[in-house]
Unconditional design. Structure first.
Length: 542
């Protein structure tokens, strides 16, 4: 029987995006003010020089005076999740300001009427974000609808909803971004909407260093606006998506709106397979080595030209791990294709073994862990045990180490129980560290600049999702949801970092801030939403 679990929370902020006012009208107003501000000049007259007649014409140097004046954009001081909150969940907004009001009101957008009131709870100064933060708690209100919060002297918040489940649609949105990123395929308007397009980058690509050598490398996911595809970043996304599938299969079904939906295979495996098909094309079958990426360069005379970047050890060993992982999870749906992927993994691994001086022990450990689970081979287990014995406190901030550790704990093959216990203890400590850092911040997320912004927050949440799955911790569930609320607007910039949602979207501020257009970060976002949705997560009253 599955334990029940539900999660929710909130986050948002205030920033200053500057707009420019320019023009002669402002200049004239400033000059007039300066002159009239020093007393009346109406009685003062100057006679024209002798021999000159008075004229109304004004002679200038041919220059138009211009002053630039930057006006800060006004942002709300009431910070909310701009998507909304789930019925029955913890509903928390925040106020950014040194002197908060005593009360707040929740108002219905449709009627304009007040539906709930409460007291503001001051939390004081947070030096990590240089702001005074107060809390607005309206957990007790659970009527489905569209609302905003208002408070005396502070103003109002962005609009948000209270709904039964705000996360299913968000999970689907994050997932479908990979379908939108498919290269070499015509996307239909029915499934892709405004993202529909004809097949792209389907011609043969040439080796960057040997233009006469060409090969078909169509397919895969775009990783940027110019249509590049990258083995390492693609593998990173695949690894995280497969982790989400392993932990939360019920949240990633066969009905998520891609061409393969309804074929009896979970859509996440179908989508990942689209990338896997491309990855198979990126391997030199004879040697086992893997080319790093495909880049697209616009040529005015010949149109775009596709270049295949050279072989790298990091791409090769990462490829070995990812292909083994996919093979293991896909074998129950298509054993023949899974075997093909496992053979490709083994070729890449053996190639990398010939150049171990150029392969990090972390990457080698990760690949060995995946191949051990997929095959049970003793040689792979030896590498895993050697690494964990020498690294008694593995760096779980490193993706290779984290993935390798989780895979070793998940394998059905024979394991060293002492090493597994040590890995589990390290994961538990990591979970506590993340939780404490989040609680120490008035924004309820780790605001340490060293973390690296949203990328660091999402990395932490992938670790916490695994820990919470192991021990089902109420506190961790709340931390996970707090971070989702942060991504959706309860941050000090009042920005929703997801495409197409929120009253103030990152696209209005800085395109580089988006999460969903980063294939690796988007996969961690998908994992976060799946963790929050999981039926095992039960969040009661704090």
């Amino acid at each position: 029987m599955r334990r029940k679990k539900i999660i929710r929370k909130v986050i948002m902020g205030k920033s200053a995006v500057l707009k420019r006012i320019t023009g002669g009208a402002l200049v004239l107003a400033l000059l007039l003010t300066a002159l009239t501000g020093c007393g009346s000049l109406q009685d003062f007259q100057m006679e024209p020089p002798a021999g000159k007649e008075e004229t109304d014409e004004f002679t200038s140097l041919g220059l138009s005076p211009e002053f630039d004046y930057e006006v800060p954009e006004s942002l709300p001081n009431i910070l909310v999740d701009q998507v909304g909150y789930a019925v029955g969940s913890k509903k928390l907004a925040m106020i950014n300001g040194e002197t908060p009001p005593e009360t707040f009101s929740l108002l219905d957008v449709e009627s304009g009427g007040e539906v709930y009131t409460g007291k503001v709870e001051s939390k004081g100064y947070d030096p990590s974000v240089n702001a005074y933060i107060s809390y607005v708690d309206f957990t007790d209100y659970n009527t489905v609808g569209t609302y905003y919060i208002q408070a005396p002297s502070i103003g109002r918040s962005y609009v948000f909803e209270i709904v039964e489940d705000p996360y299913k649609a968000l999970l689907t949105k994050a997932f479908k971004q990979y379908y939108f990123n498919r290269c070499g395929l015509t996307l239909s308007a029915e499934l892709a909407g405004e993202a529909a397009h004809n097949a792209c980058h389907s011609r043969e690509a040439q080796m960057k260093d040997e233009a006469m050598i060409k090969r078909d490398v169509s397919g895969g996911w775009h990783v940027d606006e110019i249509g590049s595809r990258d083995v390492i970043r693609g593998c990173q996304a695949v690894n995280t998506m497969l982790l989400a599938y392993e932990l939360y299969p019920d949240d990633l079904g066969d009905d998520m709106g891609i061409p393969e939906s309804g074929n009896g295979i979970p859509d996440v495996l179908d989508e990942v397979k689209y990338e896997i098909d491309w990855l198979l094309k990126m391997q030199d079958v004879k040697s086992g080595a893997v080319y790093a990426s495909v880049s697209s360069v616009d040529n005015k005379n010949a149109g775009y030209i596709l270049y295949i970047d050279g072989i790298t050890m990091e791409a090769t060993i990462h490829y070995a791990a990812t292909m083994a992982k996919f093979s293991y999870l896909y074998q129950s749906y298509d054993r023949e294709f899974a075997t093909l992927c496992l053979q490709a993994s083994d070729r890449a691994y053996r190639y990398a073994e010939n150049y171990l001086a150029d392969v990090s022990d972390r990457q080698y450990f990760f690949a060995a862990a995946e191949l051990y689970r997929a095959t049970g081979g003793y040689q792979y287990h030896s590498v895993v045990k050697s690494y964990l014995t020498q690294n008694t406190e593995p760096d779980l901030d490193d993706d290779y180490v984290f993935w390798g550790c989780v895979t070793y704990l998940s394998t059905k093959q024979k394991v060293d129980m002492n090493l597994c216990e040590a890995v589990t203890e390290n994961l538990m400590r990591k979970g506590e560290t993340i939780s404490y850092a989040s609680k120490d911040s008035k924004l309820l997320v780790n605001t340490d600049e060293k973390l690296g912004g949203n990328a660091g927050l999402l990395r932490d949440m992938s670790r916490l999702a695994v820990v919470d799955h192991i021990i089902t911790n109420h506190e961790y569930a709340m931390v996970l949801e707090n971070h989702a609320h942060y991504m959706l607007g309860r941050n000090l910039q009042s920005i929703s970092y997801l495409d197409g949602v929120g009253g103030r979207n990152y696209r209005d501020v800085d395109m580089s801030l988006g999460i969903m257009n980063q294939v690796d970060q988007n996969a961690e976002l998908l994992l976060l939403f799946a963790a929050i949705m999981d039926d095992e997560m039960v969040v009661g009253e704090e």
